[in-house]
Design a protein around this ligand. Structure first.
Ligand code: DHB
Ligand code: FE
Length: 284
């Protein structure tokens, strides 16, 4: 059977993608951000999964205001980097895993979560920047990736509680797949940031670090936090953090297994308008 070996959490700032693509990672401003991922790149090489299930949000790129799925699973064989206004990022095409994705769709929908099935979709910085942070500049991504898009852009957004329960359903789906695949689940977006309005530029270090503490030690309690608390404390775009609860809900301890090991933790301000947070949790 397939199993979830680890979860990875990271912010997804578009300017990070531009820094990689334009060869600026060594500049003093960016060096401090990328230093937090040196361990992670090595870790991923040593703990290479067969598939990454990548929870992210689309930023009105593939889905416009005409069509807004709350949860959407990419079942295609490949996903092209999206043109977000400056041409597509010069990064590899993302290869999917249609068999596992279809199985997860079947299992999770039968488990009462309504997923939108997406057979064609371009992927924006929400998905490609986490891959760049974890893999660096590569000719091919190290493994197939199943994109899982969550609406955190247009209200109403899903509650953290529901995201946490969805993660548990995804774990059950993976564990009922009849092939011994090692699957990592990544939760992306966040941390505190607000890109608009009178509070634009908001960062809340204390709240972010308490979120990281609770995500590790008390995810069920954290999942009860209402969305309005994210918006008030972490800014309008801080709501992206509910996606981390999907990945955390898929970890073994939530289903009665052992506590995960914290392989890596990093926090840095600023990167563009955002606080960058990053965690790697390994299942026992
Ligand atoms: C920024 C952060 C985001 O999460 C995003 O989607 C767009 C921009 C920023 O910090 O500039
Ligand atoms: Fe974003």
């Amino acid at each position: 059977m397939a199993r979830i070996t680890a979860s990875v959490y990271t912010s997804h700032v578009p300017a990070i993608g531009a820094a990689v693509d334009l060869g600026k990672t060594g500049e003093p401003y960016w060096q401090k951000v990328f230093a937090g991922y040196d361990f992670s790149k090595q870790w991923l090489k040593e703990n290479r999964p067969d598939v990454v299930f990548l929870v992210y949000n689309d930023h009105a790129t593939a889905f416009s205001l005409e069509l807004i799925p709350t949860f959407a699973i990419g079942t295609a064989a490949e996903f092209k980097p999206a043109d977000e206004g400056w041409g597509p990022r010069p990064v590899p095409v993302v290869k999917g895993h249609p068999q596992l994705a279809s199985h997860i769709a079947q299992s999770v929908i039968q488990d009462d979560f309504d997923l939108t099935i997406v057979n064609r979709m371009d992927v924006d910085h929400g998905l490609t920047v986490p891959l760049s942070l974890m893999c660096g500049q590569v000719d091919e991504w190290p493994c197939p990736v199943i994109p899982f898009a969550v609406n955190v852009v247009q209200y109403p957004v899903p509650a953290g509680r529901r995201c946490f329960a969805l993660g548990q359903a995804i774990r059950r789906a993976v564990e009922s797949y009849d092939e011994p695949l090692k699957v990592q689940i990544w939760g992306t977006g966040g941390m505190s940031h607000q890109l608009q309005g009178s509070r634009a530029g908001l960062i809340n270090r204390e709240w972010d670090n308490a979120f990281l503490d609770r995500l590790i030690a008390d995810p069920a309690g954290l999942s009860q936090m209402p969305h309005i608390d994210y918006v008030r404390e972490a800014g309008s775009e801080g709501i992206e953090l509910v996606m981390w609860l999907i990945a955390r809900g898929a970890m073994a301890d939530v289903a009665g297994g052992g506590k995960p090991r914290v392989a890596h933790r990093f926090y840095h301000v600023p990167a563009s308008n955002t606080a960058v947070g990053h965690l790697i949790l390994e299942n026992a």
